[in-house]
Write a protein that binds this ligand. Structure first.
Ligand SMILES: NC(=O)c1ccc[n+]([C@@H]2O[C@H](COP(=O)([O-])OP(=O)(O)OC[C@H]3O[C@@H](n4cnc5c(N)ncnc54)[C@H](OP(=O)(O)O)[C@@H]3O)[C@@H](O)[C@H]2O)c1
Length: 312
């Protein structure tokens, strides 16, 4: 099968298209004929070698942590899926979705209704799942709460704005002026341009500050949190972890999350899409052959919504 592989860590030039053996399924796994694969900043970090201490692995390595496609084959013990099912899957941090076929654990696969296309679905597991877990599990966001979302125009941010809207919160979104119209359309009540306004100096107070792009800190956001407000970030630095420990004893909390896929969350997200309450904002799609360009664009840090590789 055709796949984008790297033989060593490095720049986007390490990504090469090659013919490699099709993966084989284990007893609790599903083989997916991949139609589309979401690109995440995680993929570029793995390619650079930034995760190598936490996530060792051998070369050649195929990147890609999520995909959507059609079940080709199932393992001996798989009972919930059969060949021909349309599915979306999380492939894990060491997943191999930049390929014509990918293997996923059965528990990380969810059926996809016909109404949702593969490109839209492939953009969802990590970014939408992270946004949901940040808003619901870490921020404990409730109707009428005030939430500030930094990085609102990115992959995680565009989903976070929509999920906060579904919850019924009042949303202040931080992004550049170019993306103001987009985030308003997604549900933001107030939009702040981070290039002209330092959101940490706003006079407002928020029950939740969610930094989807990890550009601030709990300490910098203390003054814009309510006395019992929570700061949540997607990038748990050593300083952030220290702040989380310290705030165990205070009313204002610092928290961070490591996304964890669940079928329940993915099914809820799919339900929101079919109900017309959630969309994947996709700025660009790329064919597999152009994966290096996709990585280069992702690394600019200014993607609007998501990038998706279209494999088939
Ligand atoms: N912990 C976890 O489990 C987890 C899960 C998912 C993602 N993440 C991490 O979360 C981060 C965001 O992921 P993502 O997929 O949303 O990334 P992304 O899509 O690449 O984010 C791009 C967005 O960031 C915005 N941005 C750039 N600089 C900014 C700044 N100084 N202030 C405000 N916004 C800024 C850009 O908006 P403008 O173009 O308007 O500047 C752009 O829309 C990444 O570091 C990723 O690795 C962590």
């Amino acid at each position: 099968m055709k796949a984008a592989i790297i033989n060593q860590y490095g720049t986007s030039h390490e990504l090469q298209i090659q013919d490699v053996p099709r993966p084989e399924v284990d007893s609790h796994e599903v083989l997916i004929r991949v139609h589309a694969t979401g690109i995440n900043p995680l993929d570029t970090k793995v390619r650079q070698g930034a995760m190598k201490l936490m996530l060792p692995g051998s070369f050649p390595k195929i990147l890609g942590a999520e995909c959507a496609g059609v079940v080709e084959e199932v393992g001996l013990m798989v009972s919930d899926f059969q060949p021909g099912d349309r599915v979306v899957a999380s492939l894990g941090t060491l997943g191999a979705g930049y390929a014509e076929y990918a293997v996923a654990k059965e528990k990380n696969v969810v059926k996809l209704p016909d109404a949702i296309d593969f490109i839209q679905a492939a953009a969802m597991p990590i970014a939408a799942g992270t946004a949901l877990q940040a808003m619901r599990d870490k921020g404990h966001l409730r109707p009428n709460d005030r939430v500030l979302i930094n990085g609102a125009a990115g992959g995680v941010g565009t989903f976070a704005v929509q999920i906060a809207r579904i919850i019924g919160a009042h949303i202040t979104a931080v992004c550049s002026t170019d993306n103001a119209a987009l985030v308003r359309q997604l549900g933001a009540d107030v939009v702040i341009d981070y290039k002209t306004t330092d959101f940490t100096k706003l006079p407002d107070k928020f029950e939740v500050v969610f930094d989807a792009v990890g550009k601030s800190s709990f300490d910098a956001c203390r003054d814009i949190l309510t006395p019992e407000g929570t700061y949540v970030t997607t990038t748990p630095s050593p300083r952030q972890i220290l702040e989380e420990v310290v705030t165990i004893f205070t009313k204002q909390k610092a928290d961070s999350l490591i996304f964890s896929f669940t079928q329940e969350d993915m099914n809820w997200l799919i339900k929101q899409v079919t109900a017309g309450k959630l969309v994947s904002v996709i700025e660009k799609t790329y064919p597999l052959d152009s994966v290096a360009q996709a990585h280069e664009y992702s690394e600019t840090g200014h993607v609007k919504g998501k990038l998706v590789l279209v494999i088939r």
